[in-house]
Design a protein. Structure first.
Length: 262
């Protein structure tokens, strides 16, 4: 694959959102909001948790192809909570990850945990969608946005009473930090090539602001790596493929937490 996977995804996302907005206007979404449902704080959940695992539901990825194409979120997400997850991430991108907003809507009533909408958010429209679907947190990816776009989307997310997880991959993306960021995530996967290197979290840990909660994303599969990341200062760990590729994601998470002996 070329180094432009992210550009391909974002270009498709803009087309996808334009089509959705033609079918259902943003004004209509705003009218449906009514009194916003109070959100559950992922930051608080991770701060209070001994593990800090954000367990992710995803069916496929551009790099691995199908992982669990027939997976049912209404089975897996409650299982994650039983196993000891601190938060839930639901991929809602259809074309590249096999997800959709209906997955998030379906699991919101089935878990007490904070739920993250994981997608390539490039438009305010997606934030209104996220709130209506029941998201507590949204992901903003620095590499997919300009600094001004990121700040405007973060401000709107806060107005809608959702937390913001800002995802970076390199030091220069720290310029994207603004007052509406609640958590900062380091993606160990290069979104251009989809190559994964957990060392990225350790490299950036020395540069991350101490006042934010740090989340390490992607490529975490070994308890030793997890422990080293916690020692480096991370308190959130976004993990999906490690669990989703097994016959029982619930058991896989439970076994991982047992191995950590927290």
């Amino acid at each position: 694959m070329t180094t432009d996977i992210l550009h391909t995804i974002v270009a498709h996302k803009r087309t996808e959102i334009a089509l959705q907005e033609e079918a259902v206007s943003q004004d209509f979404l705003i009218q449906q909001l009514g009194t916003p449902r109070p959100s559950k704080s992922l930051k608080q959940a991770l701060t209070a948790s001994p593990s800090g695992i954000i367990a992710e539901f995803k069916r496929r990825s551009p790099s691995k192809g199908d992982i669990a194409p027939q997976a049912d979120p209404t089975v897996i997400v409650p299982g994650y909570e039983r196993a000891g997850a601190s938060g839930i991430s639901v991929l809602t991108d259809p074309k590249f990850f096999g997800g959709n907003l209906k997955d998030l809507q379906a699991v919101r009533p089935l878990t007490h945990l904070p739920v993250l909408r994981k997608d390539f958010i490039v438009s305010p429209y997606q934030l209104y969608q996220a709130k209506l679907a029941g998201a507590d947190v949204v992901l903003l990816i620095a590499a997919a946005l300009t600094v001004d776009e990121c700040k405007a989307l973060g401000k709107l997310a806060h107005q809608l009473e959702m937390e913001v997880l800002l995802e970076i991959h390199m030091e220069k993306e720290l310029d994207y930090l603004h007052e509406h960021v609640d958590l900062i995530g380091v993606n160990n996967r290069n979104l251009g090539t989809f190559h994964t290197d957990v060392e990225n979290s350790f490299r950036l840990a020395r540069k991350l602001p101490k006042e934010l909660l740090w989340v390490s994303e992607s490529g975490i599969s070994q308890p030793d790596t997890f422990r080293q990341l916690r020692e480096a200062g991370f308190r959130g760990f976004l993990m999906g493929e490690t669990f989703m590729k097994t016959p029982s994601p619930e058991k896989a998470l439970s076994d991982f937490l047992q191995a950590l002996a927290l």
